[in-house]
Ligand binder design. Sequence first.
Ligand SMILES: Nc1nc2c(c(=O)[nH]1)N[C@H]1C(S)=C(S)[C@@H](COP(=O)(O)O)O[C@H]1N2
Ligand SMILES: [Mo]
Length: 508
Amino acid sequence: MVSFWRPAAAGVASVLAGVGAGELVSAFLVQNGSPVLVVGALIIDLVPAWLKEGVIALFGTGDKAVLVVSLAIVVLAAGALAGWLELRRPPLGRILIGVGGAVGVFAALTRSGAGLLDAAPSVVTAAVGIIALGILARMLRGTSPTRIAPDGSVTRRRFLAATGTTAAAGALAVIVGQVVATGYRTAAAARAAFHLPKPAVVAPPIPAGASFDIAGLSPIVTPNADFYRIDTALQIPGIDPATWKLRIVGMVENEVELTFAELLKLPLEESTTTLTCVSNEVGGDLISNATWLGYPIRHLLARAKPSADADMVLSKSQDGWTASTPIEALTDERNAILAVGMNGQPLPLEHGYPVRMVVPGLYGYVSATKWVVELNVTRFDKVTSYWTDRGWSQRGPVKLSSRIDVPASGRQVAAGTVAVAGVAWSQHVGVSAVHVRIDSGPWEEATLADAISVDTWRQWKYAWPATTGTHTITVRATDAHGTVQTSKVADVVPNGATGLHSIQVTVA
Ligand SMILES: Nc1nc2c(c(=O)[nH]1)N[C@H]1C(S)=C(S)[C@@H](COP(=O)(O)O)O[C@H]1N2
Ligand SMILES: [Mo]
């Protein structure tokens, strides 16, 4: 049998690799659930008060460092034990790592506000640790003198190299994960301490008649946690608002620079605007509505004095993503704003904290730049943007569309009066009517809820006298100009889907 030290090294290396992988997943994908930190947080919650006070008395503000170092020692010691056990009684070592992963999952899921995804880093930690230990243990058994290895010394060297590499990769991953997560944590802390200023212009109240009380119908204002999210950011940019700046450059008479503190001192305005993604399929859910707090971009552009032949503003996010917005959408009277607030909260990090653009009437890819840091006043024939470089249209006005929310497609309903309801939108134009068709029957007029404004979606409902059988329900909206939503089917590429949303239901 091999000694204690090589199995222990294999265990430590495997655990390091697992923790490193978990830290990377946490830093890049989940932004949360760092296996080390969630277990640390769990311990802080579990440790009896007397011990906590004792540690604080002993180490002062170094208490967190003491915790992390002790945790690291325990985890690595458990890794050594796992390696030793794995060689003695496989798969006991791998089971021990699995138990460690389960503790991480438990810690992640029991934190307040945790989602299922927060368990992912711990699951990855356990999976990578278990696989690594399986491989290293097999190599180590191959070097054992009880096996006939043609050249035992070479396999032993290979084992040592593999163990060293695994451990080094794991340690490096932990470091990279920590460095990457720092910006996000700074931003999260700043956001938690931030109180939105009072609006100078309050949004017109949401009319009581803007929403129907129908289960399953999209709420008229989308809670932040349910707001759709689309971006290319593998890592959410962690911006410290203390260093945030917006620069207005390009074809302007005066370059403008604005800090976060300066932005907050301006008279901020509230407005309710529905955002839509160009990738939203007919009937899709890449659309949400919020009340935003921000400052009109037109006032800032007025300070910069764009040259008369500029026709586009290229906005850039901190991570380099760009959107090209027709300049008139940012200079006319619509509520095109630099937003700092979303439904009474500071912008969530994933929705652009500290500052994003919101422009009524245009798809997000040409207007809704999150983590915005620069407005470059320019021309469409001079520069292109992230998605227009990839085959999407230069101009992206939101297309008139409508969606059935209830009943859910494929649902079985009881015969009698069935509530059919959904939303319809044509931002910055407005919706004037919605019609519903059952099978190939006539278009029946639906009842519209009150509009908040032309920039927001509108709920509709229709009381359907449902008869038994399988039926197709189709919806169609008409905009404020009288244009009827087209039934012509178009793909989302290059400038948004068209066609009519229909669902099938069985009436029993
Ligand atoms: N920085 C940045 N901003 C971005 C994007 C992005 O990838 N990066 N995606 C845009 C797209 S395509 C859409 S539809 C909206 C979505 O905004 P939301 O995630 O807040 O719903 O953000 C826009 N702003
Ligand atoms: Mo989008």
